[in-house]
Design a protein around this ligand. Structure first.
Ligand code: PLP
Length: 383
């Protein structure tokens, strides 16, 4: 740290030097991320609430109302208007809260959870922090959670089953309807991780896409993770956790002696209200139609990309159900495809199960980017 401060303009100049090293979503080069360019309305709303702290909501009753309204809107989107939850930092924190609620409400001594093999790694963190024994259910031929494997894993110690609506690697939707039936019958908590799919499945259904039920309209669903900072176009960090009953928040509430609220259920204490303002503003501004447009466009480009990938002689791992294309080749190992694409300036990522190149067609990816990418994909065969 300097003794004498550096003038403001010089600071910005220095910062720009660092920023130049970063990739931008706008360049269309980021192909393997679930984040995207935040929407300008979300950015403006975020900046308006930079000093608001939802960890001390008595001081910020306006922001608190925004959070309640945002949660209600997200609940409506997820098939139930009266839900209880918070706008938090992302899917990881949401999944952690859900697992904590499920564990606390059960009186089980050695709690176990069942997640699909395709579950996000945040459940490993949750299991570690909460001392849960995590059982991994197999996937079926099309990489969805195999419910017979789930039934085999259920024991007296099972405190939660997790289904994913829009898996991180392949965008697959687990059979939540069947999981709901199983969980109701056995009285087990069901969490749906819709961090990625929550902001697109309902809109795509509106647009006529044939996608399965996955939300609170299924009576067995206890909680849902839905991330505004992915397909919701909100700035990072913005996540959402929704619970069917208030009780789930209550079982993990901690007394807060010096704050304006007496009890707090979130993991984080001091908590930005800016993420809430951005979520609220974008839901109001874009509405169902605006978000439908966003998802529909992504799906059109997804189909276009999937077709092009096959035409270039690569093999799709699965038909895209949401806006993710995963592919491999019988001739070139996946790592080699990835490094060749990287040499040509594309930031791709790898799916682990099965091994594949994974491209998430987020809203920053336009037709001209896909065109340039497919041209390079043809070329790497000769590299
Ligand atoms: C991205 C993702 C997460 C983790 O969310 P973060 O916001 O990165 O913490 C959890 N589950 C699924 C299905 C995801 O796609």
């Amino acid at each position: 740290m300097e003794d004498n401060g550096i003038p403001e303009e010089q600071i910005y100049q220095m910062l720009r030097k660092y920023k130049e090293k970063d990739l931008t979503h706008r360049s269309g080069r980021i192909l393997g991320s679930m984040c995207t360019c935040p929407h300008p309305v979300g950015i403006k709303a975020y900046m308006m609430f930079l000093e608001s702290n939802l960890g001390d909501p008595g001081l910020f009753p306006g922001t608190k109302s925004l959070e309640e309204e945002a949660i209600t809107m997200l609940g409506e989107l997820m098939g139930k208007k009266e839900v209880y939850g918070h706008i938090i930092t992302g899917g990881t924190e949401a999944n952690l809260m859900a697992m904590r609620a499920a564990r606390n409400i059960s009186k089980v001594r050695d709690p176990e959870i069942i997640v699909p093999k395709s579950a996000h790694f945040s459940f490993k963190k949750a299991a570690d922090m909460l001392k849960l024994d995590m059982k991994m259910a197999d996937l079926d031929d099309d990489y969805r959670m195999d419910t017979s494997s789930v039934e085999d894993l259920i024991s007296d110690n099972t405190v939660a089953i997790v289904g994913v609506a829009g898996t991180t690697e392949l965008g697959k939707i687990d059979p939540i309807e069947e999981l709901s039936r199983i969980c109701l019958e056995k009285d087990i908590y069901l969490h749906v991780d819709a961090a990625f799919g929550g902001y697109s499945i309902p809109f795509l259904k509106d647009a006529g896409y044939d996608l399965p039920e996955f939300d609170f309209s299924l009576p067995g669903v206890s909680s849902i993770t839905i991330d505004p900072h992915k397909m919701g176009l909100a700035p990072i960090p913005t996540g959402g956790i929704l619970f069917r009953e208030r009780e789930y928040l209550e079982v993990m509430a901690i007394e807060t002696p010096y704050l304006t609220e007496d009890l707090q259920s979130t993991v984080v204490g001091t908590r930005t209200g800016a993420a809430t303002a951005a979520t609220w503003a974008l839901l109001k501004h874009l509405g169902r139609e605006g978000y439908q447009e966003v998802s529909r466009k992504c799906m059109e480009i997804t189909s276009h990309l999937a077709e092009g990938v096959e035409k270039a002689g690569f093999e799709l791992v699965t038909r895209p159900e949401l806006n993710i294309v995963a592919f491999r080749s019988s001739q070139i190992p996946v790592e080699e495809i990835a490094s060749k694409l990287e040499n040509r300036g594309w930031a791709v990522s790898l799916a682990s199960y099965p091994q594949a190149i994974r491209i998430i067609v987020m809203p920053h990816l336009k037709r001209e980017h896909v065109k340039a990418f497919l041209a390079d994909l043809e070329l790497i065969k000769e590299d």
